[in-house]
Each structure stands twice: as C-alpha cells, then as structure tokens.
Ligand binder design. Sequence first.
Ligand code: NAP
Length: 258
Amino acid sequence: MFNDLKGKRVLITGSSMGIGLAAAQAFAQCGAKVGLNGRRAPDNLADLLAGMHVHGGEAGFFAADLSRTEECEKLVSEFVARFGGVDVLINNAGGLVARKPLPEIDDAFFDAVMDLNVRSAVMMTKFALPHLKAAAQASGQTSSVIGVGSIAGHTGGGPGASLYGVGKAALHNIQKNWVDYHSQDGVRFNVVSPGTIDTAFHADKSAKVKAGIASGIPLGRLGSAQDCAAAFLFFASHACSGYITGQILDVNGGQFKP
Ligand code: NAP
C-alpha cells in the first residue's frame, strides 16, 4: 500500500532522533527522499544517512532552529534546492522546553514553548504550502501536511506541561482551518498524536516512573518511536489516505480515548 511513497520528497522537522528519525527511516525504506532536521547534526549522521540509502531511499540533513521564522524559510528553501519540491511535510519538532507550574511561567517561557511547538509548525506550513500545491498539481495526487500533536493536547498535559498541552491542542485545532481553506490546493492536513513514547523526551524519568506509567496503559508498555512510524506513512500516502483529511490519529496503546 505504501508503494506510492517511492520518490516522494518528505521533509520531517525535528528528525535527528526519536519519533522523527524513526519516521524518516521508515520513509527511506519506502524509497522516499527524506529531509532530516534538528538544530545540530547528530554525532552518527554519516551512518544514519548511509543506512537510509540502503533501501533506495535518499536523505539529507538540514540544520535549522525552527522556533525562528527565518530558519523555517531557510529550511524549506534548502530542502527544495536539494530535492526539487515538497510532497510531504511533517511538523514534528516540538518539546516541553522545561516543566514549569503556573506560578513560574513568565513571558520568556511562554514564548519559548509557543515558538517551538506552534510558530514552527505554522511557519513551516506557510513556507512549504506553495511547493505542496505545485507538487499536487504536477502529480495529480494530494500532498500531505502531518502535524505531531500529543495526548497532552487532549488532556491538558502533565506536571508543568500546561503550555506544551496548549501548543499541541493548537496543532490539533489549526488544521481544521487549513482543511477549510487549503484543500483546494490539493493538500491534506492530518495529525499523529502520540501517547507516552519512550524517547529522549522522557529522559528525566527513572525506570521506576516509566514502569508506573506503563502500568496505566491498556497495552501494558510505553510506545516506541517505531510504533508511530506507520501512522506517518499512512497519512503521507495518497493511495492509503487520499480521502482522509482533518483527522487526528492517536498512537497511545489505549492510554487516552478521545
Ligand atoms: P526527542 O527525542 O526529544 O527529539 C526531538 C527532536 O526535535 C530532535 O531531533 C531535536 O534535535 C529536534 N528539535 C528540538 N528543538 C528544535 C528546534 N528548535 N528546531 C528544530 N529541531 C528541534 O522528541 P520525540 O519524543 O521524538 O518527540 C517528537 C515530537 O513528538 C515532538 O513534537 C513531541 O512534542 C511529540 N510528542 C512526543 C511524545 C513522547 O512521549 N515522546 C508524546 C507526544 C508527542 P535538536 O536537539 O538537535 O534540535
């Protein structure tokens, strides 16, 4: 079913590790041309890129801090210069920045969380949209923008994560507007919304704390980055999801049921 991803140009933000990297590797296995991104290159970049060429895929790394609008514009330009266009954009860069309860929230923290989680996705989508539209016109297939939401966008977030939850809820919501006003461009908009996925995101948690979280998840374990990857392939593939837009796919082992 994912055969149509061969040769597609897929830009994945925040993909030097974790959920974004696992998605990038899955796309490369399908023969896609993949843009990796982070603020800095991972130490094992050469090995990662080589591994992604093995199955007919192709990958390049583009450093950019996407909490800054000008870096979003630069990333899209550099990706298009390398691969000639954009068929799929995955707005995956995001994070807590820090955990701060309400009394500790100040303007700088508010801006940092919103810049990383919301501004980055809005600006990346804005700059990529003309390319996504052109790709849809050229191929006769829909292009795809995939946001990365969170269980926190449904529940409000854990301790000190209220603004993060707000930012993820914004991503769950904003695509409703984009569906109404940009479907005519041949672009679909969907969100993958992970539960507790065992990545560096949870590096502050002990094994005991993680086991406690796992005991509350119906499928009995934390998710892995690989558990999320097929959801991105599904939303990216016109053959699989060409008539699906404006949806949220929760990947959480039953942890939360909207
Ligand atoms: P992760 O392992 O911490 O990876 C984060 C990635 O984002 C890294 O590649 C990082 O690279 C990059 N990044 C961070 N700040 C950036 C910036 N300003 N500009 C560009 N890239 C940046 O996180 P993850 O768990 O894979 O999470 C990926 C996405 O899933 C995030 O949006 C997160 O909110 C969401 N999510 C995660 C979970 C979970 O339980 N793990 C649950 C729900 C949602 P650099 O550090 O080099 O910039």
